[in-house]
Design a binder for this molecule. Structure first.
Ligand code: FES
Length: 612
């Protein structure tokens, strides 16, 4: 049959390679928005402003698009081959574009370090196999009433799906059922005895990366872990740019909520495949994350977090059915959103405190969780202080010229002697540098004297005493000198630029200043701190000596890397109602120190920018 559907003259077709999928696009729309709208995963952290240079696509067909879009930030070779920044390409004709395949998120993000404590499972969510009395002419009670009688609870309430399933299921199963309940509420019924299979997922909702762990609700054992890039990243690298996006777009909050749910669903699929279980047997989900991420997951507008006095819409724990959110688990699965401390110290920090029990320590401890934001906790069983500093995404490899996430091909470690030795994830050719590699590299350059204390890469003529091979790596770049890290035979190179070092200085300065402000508020000096716990995936992989050498962490304190403590805390919250009570108490107890607008912080920040 002939297709009479006409494209309006203002619509064009964009064909996406590889795969050949075709989508319609309104004339003049940015190619990036068209691709994102079609669910294509694109890098990009500047919200489509042409700044981050990450949203590269190759225009295979589209003369006008090639001519109309700028090539700044691309190498000559890339520009000639048709690469463009998708956010700067207007759709003015039918296009064929090639989108680079995404690297798989590194599982290192998912790793939970088991130096933390265990908790006894005490969840109100449980399964129970029951036998129901069969009806007869002398006992014509409704199916639901006889089910309630078998459970022996007068106040039982039922999820809608129980009512729907019951009449057929009860007979198919010959009156033997397994019920799943949360206290007095019946969530689901299954035929026969499935009481052994009860699972939950603990999520750590990071601004950049989302991590999930599938957990056996009875034993607390972690069955599988997985991590995915947060699909919201295409809408901004940090919480402020995501809030800006939702303010500027009518459906922004819906888009951002859908993206985080889609990320979680991706992880759920990976986890259930790994463990070989059914999504329907997942009845509990716990979520920790920063306050903004918690809002976005629930579709609650977080815009007031961006403006003084930075008030969140909610602070305490929330509970909601998974079906309402659209999570691909049992629709009655109970989703527990952990409590936040304040607008900029969220449930992820509560999770860290819960996991490390710094709130019970006799000695003063410092906990630093480094991500896009750096959350810092200082204290012991008597008092706890916390603050959050905007470290920015440099530690995640973003806003760095050749920065990348810690995936295959990322330089994660650097040693400099007579020349440069690189440690690359996956032992392949390097593609870029991740946060731990960046810290290592800058520390090494500082130690050998290529970078001075202000962070400047010195010109070759000032480095006479250094090995020739090292000096030859210092090349002229935009706004100063670059350090050549790797040059492939293809002509592609990986460099550290002066601007990259400045980004790192801002990030490490923010963290260090935050630590100093908390110490000031507590009336303590560093000598009183007995243990420094470094949380987060990034914190788990940096070399402590390098972090101290660049002034990211204070020297002279015993330091332990504890991995994804926030995710571990989410696991505790998943399986234990007692832990939920503790989390509520912690969230209320922590004294939050607001850094923005604080003159002290500005002074500490400026002091902390330089390398010692
Ligand atoms: S340059 Fe396009 S999203 Fe940043």
């Amino acid at each position: 049959m002939k297709d009479y559907k006409m494209k309006t003259e203002h619509q064009f077709t964009v064909t996406i390679q590889p795969g050949g999928r075709q989508i319609n696009a309104k004339a003049g729309t940015s190619l990036r928005l068209v691709l994102l709208g079609a669910g294509v995963e694109l890098d990009g952290i500047c919200g489509g402003k042409g700044i981050c240079k990450k949203c590269k696509v190759k225009i295979l067909l589209g003369k006008q698009a090639l001519a109309a879009s700028p090539t700044e930030g691309l190498s000559k070779k890339e520009a000639k081959a048709g690469w463009r920044l998708a956010c700067l390409v207007p759709v003015l004709e039918n296009l064929v574009v090639e989108v680079p395949l995404k690297a798989k998120e590194d599982d290192r993000k998912a790793q939970l370090v088991s130096v933390m404590r265990k908790a006894k499972p005490t969840s109100s969510i449980l399964k129970q196999c029951i036998t129901i009395k069969k009806p007869d002419l002398d006992d014509q009670r409704a199916d639901l009433d006889r089910l309630a009688a078998a459970v022996n609870l007068k106040t039982l309430s039922f999820a809608y799906q129980v009512l729907q399933k019951l009449p057929l299921l009860i007979r198919e199963a010959n009156y033997q059922l397994t019920i799943t309940r949360d206290g007095d509420r019946l969530l689901d019924v299954e035929a026969k005895d499935t009481s052994k299979g009860l699972y939950g997922i603990a999520f750590d909702l990071g601004t950049t990366t989302v991590v999930g762990s599938l957990i056996d609700m009875y034993s607390g054992a972690v069955l599988a872990t997985g991590a995915e890039a947060n699909l919201q990243r295409s809408y901004g690298a940090d919480v402020i740019s995501r809030i800006t996006y939702l303010i500027e777009h009518d459906d922004g909050i819906i888009t951002l909520q859908q993206k985080v749910i889609a990320t979680m669903n991706k992880i759920i699929r990976v986890l259930i495949d790994k463990a070989g279980i059914l999504a329907q047997s997942i009845f509990a989900v716990s979520v920790v994350g920063n306050t903004c991420m918690q809002h976005l997951l629930l579709g609650v507008d977080p815009r007031h977090l961006a403006f003084a006095p930075y008030v969140p819409a909610f602070q305490g724990a929330q509970q909601i059915a998974a079906g309402v959110l659209g999570l691909d688990v049992n629709r009655e699965c109970v989703v527990y959103i952990a409590p936040n401390v304040a607008g900029y110290v969220g449930a992820d920090t509560v999770g860290v405190i819960l996991a490390t029990e710094v709130d019970k320590s006799d000695e003063i401890q410092l906990v630093v969780d480094i991500g896009t934001n750096g959350e810092i906790v200082l204290g012991n069983k008597d008092r706890l202080y916390s603050c959050s500093t905007a470290a920015g995404p440099a530690f995640e490899g973003a806003q760095i010229k050749h920065g990348m996430r810690a995936t295959q091909g990322a330089i994660e470690g650097v040693t400099i002697n007579d020349d440069v030795l690189l440690k690359v994830i996956g032992n392949t050719d390097p593609k870029g540098i991740c946060g731990s590699g960046l810290v290592d590299l800058v520390a090494q350059l500082k130690i050998v004297g290529i970078i001075d204390s202000s962070g400047r890469i010195l010109p070759p003529e000032k480095l006479k005493g250094l090995p020739k091979k090292l000096v030859e790596r210092i090349i002229k770049g935009e706004g100063g000198y670059d350090f050549l890290l790797y040059a492939a035979e293809t002509g592609q190179s990986i460099v550290l630029t002066q601007k990259d070092i400045r980004e790192l200085q801002l990030a490490k300065g923010a963290i260090f200043a935050g630590i100093n402000i908390l110490l000031k508020h507590a009336g303590l000096d560093l000598g009183k701190v007995k243990l420094l716990l470094l949380a987060g995936a990034f914190g788990n992989y940096i070399k402590i000596d390098s972090a101290k050498a660049i002034g990211l962490l204070p020297p002279g304190i015993k330091t332990r890397q504890i991995g994804n403590a926030a995710g571990y805390g989410a696991g505790l919250l998943l399986i234990s109602d007692e832990e939920k009570e503790k989390a509520e108490a912690i969230a209320k107890r922590v004294e939050y120190i607001e850094l923005s607008g604080m003159v002290d912080f500005q002074e500490e920040f400026i002091k902390a920018l330089n390398f010692a």
